[in-house]
Design a protein around this ligand. Sequence first.
Ligand code: CTP
Ligand code: CA
Length: 225
Amino acid sequence: ALALVGPRDLVGRRILISAGGTREPLDPVRFLGNRSSGRQGTALARAALARGAEVTLVAAHLEVDAPAGAALEHVETTADLLQAMTRLAPDHDTVIMAAAVADFRPREVAAGKLKKSEDDERGLTLELERTPDVLAALAAGRAPGQRIVGFAAETEREERALVELAAGKARRKGADLIVVNRVGWSEGFGTQTNDVMIVRADGSVVSTASGDKLSVADRILDAIG
Ligand code: CTP
Ligand code: CA
């Protein structure tokens, strides 16, 4: 009997995917983080594996299991992610930055657990510094012919505004495509489904996809080509 398998159209392709969300330590027991579950990134890895690709998954705190069959590397901070991705990228023809990356990190990381004191009565101000932009760095060091894809989660309501933000990010960072989805307090992060537009730097929409994250992943892989 024929097995129910889809096309193996990605045999020979090597795809590097980051997933989850980075965490920036404040002290040994605290961090600044975000609500990314890693569902869309792991769905991309799963879909690419099912289509025959070799997949490397760089995981920053996944709330879900990584698919069997992917080469897996764990990272904690944005600095770790930058290091892992720049080391691994030259070995891959496609790089997908699905991870939610911290934009800022504490300027200083306390060696011991921060304690409250009398002078903190009115609150505490943290000094933050910018993190490096991993996607921009990967695009700047791009191998010939390599495809580089980013994600953007935006709270904008208007579709046109979402496309404009995504195209601007593609241009600034040098990515071929940005996959943009709308997020809010209750949509996007941690959900089973997704609703995305796949946008080029010139503002054209390659395709749109909605549904469970695995079928959205397949449409994203189609758009990358
Ligand atoms: N990204 C990255 N390194 C960063 C920040 C973001 O590689 N320090 C990547 C994300 O993985 C994503 C893309 O850039 O693929 C867009 O992320 P996003 O947070 O939407 O963009 P930012 O440039 O951080 O802009 P914003 O101020 O809207 O957060
Ligand atoms: Ca950001």
